[in-house]
Design a protein around this ligand. Structure first.
Ligand SMILES: NC(=O)C1=CN([C@@H]2O[C@H](COP(=O)(O)OP(=O)(O)OC[C@H]3O[C@@H](n4cnc5c(N)ncnc54)[C@H](OP(=O)(O)O)[C@@H]3O)[C@@H](O)[C@H]2O)C=CC1
Ligand SMILES: O=CCCC(=O)O
Length: 280
């Protein structure tokens, strides 16, 4: 996700400096004009605003607050925008460290997958320093099609987790429907078409259904990240004693799919967890 987002900034003439743990993934961006620094600390020291896109809470914390992490290069007048999907607690911790340096913090997780990232069509769910939100609005509008400012740090993370909790449950029940249709002698491709005409139509079903019928799962949103988001959303629900039985059941399916080696497949591979025989 970070690469296509940075590429859109480069293409529109922004002065972009990049870092990634695996340096080779920066090379296409460097060839398009990005500068490179060998640590998060050196990126934040060199830049007014830094966007971070990391896998999970642990990596977001490590890159922000670890040795030679982003915080070490931050200071008054600078801004840190974390666009990773993490829980509110992690986001608040990172915010605390960034703000202690005198800099500003915005959480801004995104809805939309690989293709929307490439097309500059992401949806930003932001919260934190309003002045930083206003400063980075031109960049958000290059990378995305909509943006929401949701107030205090934690609200953007919560909105993102709730959206992905719904999405994960939708994908799980869609998978059940595809397999049930096939078992009772219906063509699952026709089911995808019927669904696309009615009130439960969703771009996700039309986009992923045909390849799921062929047992193909080209990765847009890795299954391991969907399961991480289900886990974090269930933690959020637990924190306020909100019952979420459907999502809890769906989470179990993503865990089964992970145990079958499907972590790096698209999250639509969750259908494999419902088959007697699992393909990888
Ligand atoms: N893919 C999607 O459709 C969407 C993803 N998201 C969210 O965006 C984030 C990124 O997703 P995506 O790009 O798909 O994930 P990837 O797994 O492709 O990328 C994860 C990134 O995190 C880095 N990373 C992981 N662990 C560490 C660590 N310990 N220290 C430093 N860097 C680390 C990886 O570095 P390296 O290259 O070295 O492995 C890589 O740059 C996740 O939070 C995901 O939930 C949000 C919306 C859509
Ligand atoms: O976090 C990933 C979201 C994927 C999507 O919104 O299509």
């Amino acid at each position: 996700m970070g690469s296509p987002m940075a590429l859109n900034l480069i293409k529109t003439g922004c002065d972009v400096t990049v870092w990634n743990r695996t340096k080779s993934k920066c090379d296409p961006l460097i060839s398009m004009g990005a500068k490179y620094k060998p640590s998060p600390e050196e990126v934040t020291a060199a830049c007014d605003v830094t966007f971070a896109m990391l896998a999970d809470p642990e990596s977001a914390m490590e890159v922000a607050c670890g040795k030679h992490g982003a915080v070490s290069g931050m200071g008054p007048g600078k801004g840190y925008v974390d666009v990773s999907t993490v829980d509110g607690g992690t986001s608040k911790l990172i915010s605390g460290h960034i703000k202690a340096s005198g800099a500003s913090f915005l959480e801004a997780p995104v809805s939309g997958s690989k293709k929307p990232a490439e097309d500059g069509q992401l949806i930003f769910l932001t919260a934190g320093d309003k002045s930083l939100y206003e400063t980075v609005t031109p960049f958000l509008d290059i990378m995305g099609k909509s943006r929401f400012y949701l107030g205090e740090v934690g609200n953007g993370a919560a909105m993102k987790l709730i959206v992905n909790m719904i999405m994960g449950s939708m994908m799980a029940t869609f998978s059940e429907g595809l397999l049930l249709s096939e078992k009772v002698g219906l063509d699952p491709n026709v089911l995808v078409e019927v669904v696309s005409k009615g009130a439960i139509s969703a771009p996700m079903y039309a986009l992923k259904g045909p390849s799921m019928v062929k047992s193909l799962y080209p990765t847009a949103f890795p299954l391991k990240h969907q399961q991480k988001d289900m886990r974090l959303a269930l933690g959020l629900a637990e924190s306020v004693s909100q019952p979420t039985p459907i999502s809890a059941a769906a989470n179990e399916l993503y865990k089964v799919a992970k145990s079958h080696g499907l972590s790096d497949s698209d999250f639509s591979a969750v259908i494999e967890a419902l088959k007697g025989k699992v393909q990888s």
